[in-house]
Design a protein around this ligand. Structure first.
Ligand code: NAG
Ligand code: NAG
Ligand code: NAG
Length: 318
């Protein structure tokens, strides 16, 4: 009952402001009111852009009310088709959390977006990470790894950008690359060997647990089990060699979502030697490892799961 009254009141007020604005136009400077009143609210705008699945999800999770009463917000609204291509593991997150991640606090037009910018989302302590990649095909802007399709739709309570895909992963609060990998947060694969190895080195621990940004190619336990025993033994005995190998899996200073990568490009690893990317019909490879699950957002960057341990060139052969 109260809510209905409040809604009626706010409707009445909006109407009154509009009338006031229109009546006063040309007499007093009420431009702001007239202008704001002219524009739709974010969800009506999304509806008018045919982003109907997104709108339904926002309504189902009652976020429509939240964003109508506060603001401004930046909505990253996936195309309808994007909801048909959600990875299975993403369906395990709560829809409410997932949708909150698509709502950023503040008004961010395309021209205000910067590479590696972090914008607070409605999901507590989780950000929307912006990346700008200069590709051969042109400039590409991403939000949590999802491509911005069309931008800068203006509403009275914020701005809306259309994205190509649904943001596919949610990290825990303060879920750095190291924490997400070692807590079992990533689906399908386990990382006990990697976690133990990283934690045996302060240097690598602070790299993967630091503020980032970084890209980690994370070999699963299965990947480690593919190493010959002689290599495993060597890495267990020689800490310098182990650190060197681990650093070869990390790119410090940049979040490389797979959409930003190009075939044949070299990534400068924390081991200070380059790692070559290859993009073929059957997927993405770095060095000799295949990316088996890409693009897990973490608090300090992104994690890709790989099926082989990367051994730097010149690493002792056995
Ligand atoms: C809106 O989306 C629906 C479902 O995705 C589609 O069938 C329809 O053609 C779209 N309409 C417009 C005007 O784009
Ligand atoms: C946006 O997505 C639609 C549908 O996939 C596509 O046809 C269009 O080219 C995209 N526009 C941009 C600017 O990426
Ligand atoms: C340990 O590994 C480093 C780096 O690969 C190498 O330079 C060094 O010779 C190795 N030490 C021993 C005792 O094998």
């Amino acid at each position: 009952m109260r809510k209905v009254l409040r809604d009626m009141l706010s409707l009445y007020l909006t109407g009154a402001l509009l009338l006031l604005g229109n009546a006063a136009a040309g007499i007093v400077d009420h431009n702001v009111i007239v202008h704001r009143g002219d524009r739709m609210n974010l969800l009506d705008l999304a509806q008018s852009l045919n982003l109907t699945v997104f709108v339904e999800a926002m309504e189902k999770t009652h976020l429509d009310n939240t964003i109508d009463h506060e603001g401004p917000y930046t909505l990253f609204s996936p195309l309808n088709i994007a909801f048909e291509n959600i990875p299975d593991y993403t369906k395990e997150y709560s829809l409410g959390d997932l949708m909150k991640l698509h709502v950023a606090r503040g008004d961010y037009l395309e021209k205000e977006l910067k590479d590696e910018q972090l914008i607070r989302s409605l999901l507590s302590k989780r950000d929307v990470r912006i990346n700008i990649y200069k590709k051969k095909s042109g400039k590409l802007i991403t939000a949590n790894g999802q491509k911005l399709n069309e931008t800068d739709f203006d509403a009275h309570n914020g701005v809306l950008h259309i994205i190509d895909g649904v943001m596919n992963s949610i990290y825990a609060r303060e879920g750095t690359a190291l924490k997400e990998v070692s807590s079992g947060a990533l689906p399908y694969y386990s990382f006990n060997t990697l976690s133990r190895a990283v934690k045996s080195s302060d240097v690598v621990t602070s790299l993967l647990d630091g503020s980032g940004p970084l890209t980690l190619f994370a070999p699963s336990d299965k990947a480690f089990s593919r190493l010959p025993d002689s290599v495993n033994d060597y890495l267990l005995k020689n800490k310098t060699a182990l650190e060197y190998v681990l650093k070869y899996h990390a790119i410090s200073g940049r979040t490389w979502f797979t959409i930003g990568l190009e075939d044949n490009m070299n990534l400068q690893t924390a081991a200070t030697i380059p790692l070559t990317v290859s993009i073929k019909q059957d997927g993405v490879k770095v060095g000799d490892a295949k990316v088996v699950l890409p693009d897990f957002c973490v608090a300090n960057g992104v994690v890709h799961i790989i099926d082989n341990v990367l051994l730097p060139p010149g690493f002792p052969q056995f």
